[in-house]
Design a protein around this ligand. Structure first.
Ligand SMILES: C[S@@+](CC[C@H](N)C(=O)[O-])C[C@H]1O[C@@H](n2cnc3c(N)ncnc32)[C@H](O)[C@@H]1O
Length: 407
């Protein structure tokens, strides 16, 4: 699928807009399947409408499940006979890779950058349009990307970052490499922060979360900056519990999203090691075991969100974990609790949840792309030529979509 949108006439932005509208129709059609979270609902509202699917998911063996969890194409193939109208997702949740121009960096340039981060930075920098003039890096961390850009293009970079420690470390790295990249400690959400963009003409951001990249897009369009290269991330990290579409098409879409819906878009993680996957499974099983317990104790058949809990708690016993979670929720626990029973319930529910998640998994990339295209269309409305594509392989990061906008 060719993938560019020029601003101006609607015909020119037809690619992005057409794709957005098709994704929107797909997501609306299947919303009964992707909205409810199996983790929170022991029985899903769609089960009675899709009895054959429910039975087939329940009958999946562990090895079959693992194979479907890691292969989107196989997953859509497997689900399609049970879900009429799912098939188009195969074409719709894909965008082409952006053209890349790789270049060499001096020996040792990446020495202090973790391996996968360096590969992401390298790939991102290779997809940049030619930039002339100062660059603004948004939510820069240690500004690894800024230094890669400065090294490649010789342009000065101003990098904004909240964390003073990261700023200090990043500035030390810039001095060591003698690169004109300056980190400034700055809360980009604070009033007036956009003036820190100064005289920069181009903006870049690698993995800027929800409200942070919303502010970036506003800054770029208000200041009529010449270009933006953005890889958005964590669409759910927003002050508002409801999603506010960026583009007119988004506003007209009829798709109202909650923060939890947006979370689904970033649920996919890079394949963890077997040990990390087992730890995650155990955490989920224990949380679900506690969920079964709290439903019984409260006499309320509702999910009770429990805040994040330190890893060390999961190294103890299930009973201690439940005491900790109950404490957090100010829930009194009876002295005599059948811990093995609730722990087993947790593992049973974990097995079921991972199967019932599969229909959502088939649609989460489509949702992510909808969110990205909503941002891209907003930039097109503001007069930018916009391209959307992937800047790196998914195994490096599933957040591999980039919006390239040029005035
Ligand atoms: C996901 S990290 C990405 C960092 C870097 N771009 C990278 O890819 O390595 C997001 C960064 O945003 C920073 N951040 C969070 N809130 C911020 C804010 N309000 N203002 C500026 N930076 C912020 C965090 O400290 C963190 O370094």
């Amino acid at each position: 699928m060719a993938y560019a949108a020029q601003s101006g006439t609607p015909a020119e932005s037809a690619d992005l807009q057409g794709h957005f509208r098709q994704l929107n129709a797909l997501l609306l059609t299947h919303q009964a399947l992707w909205r409810p979270a199996p983790f929170c609902l022991p029985v899903l509202p769609w089960e009675s409408h899709y009895p054959a699917l429910t039975a087939a998911l329940g009958a999946l063996r562990e090895r079959e499940l693992a194979a479907l969890e890691t292969d989107q194409e196989a997953l859509v193939n497997w689900l399609s006979p049970y879900i009429p109208g799912l098939e188009p997702v195969r074409a719709l949740d894909t965008v082409p890779a952006l053209a890349a121009r790789h270049s060499d960096y001096p020996a040792g340039f990446e020495r202090d950058i973790p391996g996968r981060k360096w590969q992401q930075v390298n790939a991102f920098a290779a997809c940049l349009d030619p930039l002339e003039g100062a660059v603004l890096e948004w939510c820069a961390g240690k500004a690894h990307l800024g230094r890669a850009i400065c090294q490649r293009l010789g342009t000065p970079v101003t990098a904004l970052e909240l964390d003073a420690g990261l700023c200090a470390k990043g500035n030390a790295m810039s001095r060591q490499l003698q690169l004109d990249v300056h980190l400034e400690q700055c809360d980009v959400l604070s009033p007036g922060s956009t003036s820190r963009a100064g005289h920069t003409r181009h903006a870049v951001a690698l993995h800027a979360c929800g409200d942070l990249h919303r502010r970036l897009i506003a800054t770029v369009t208000e200041r009529r900056m010449h270009s933006l290269h953005l890889s958005p991330c964590c669409y759910h990290l927003t002050a508002s519990p409801q999603y506010h579409p960026f583009s007119q098409d988004g506003k007209d879409s009829g798709l109202a999203l909650s923060r939890d819906d947006c979370r689904l878009a970033v649920q996919e993680t890079v394949t963890a090691s077997a040990a990390a996957a087992r730890r995650r499974e155990k955490k989920n099983a224990w949380r679900l075991g506690f969920d079964a317990l709290q439903r019984q104790l409260r006499g309320v058949d509702d999910y009770l969100p429990v805040p994040s809990i330190a890893d060390v708690v999961f190294e103890g016993s299930f009973a201690d974990f439940c005491r900790h979670a109950a404490d957090l929720k100010a829930l009194p626990l009876p002295a005599a609790t059948d811990w093995p029973y609730f722990e087993q319930r947790g593992w049973q529910r974990q097995a079921r949840v991972s199967r019932m998640e599969l229909p959502r998994h088939a649609l989460r990339r489509a949702l992510e792309l909808w969110l990205v295209l909503d941002r891209a269309l907003c930039l097109a409305e503001q007069g930018y030529s916009v391209t959307v594509g992937t800047f790196c392989a998914r195994r490096l990061t599933p957040r591999n979509l980039m919006i390239r906008a040029r005035l």
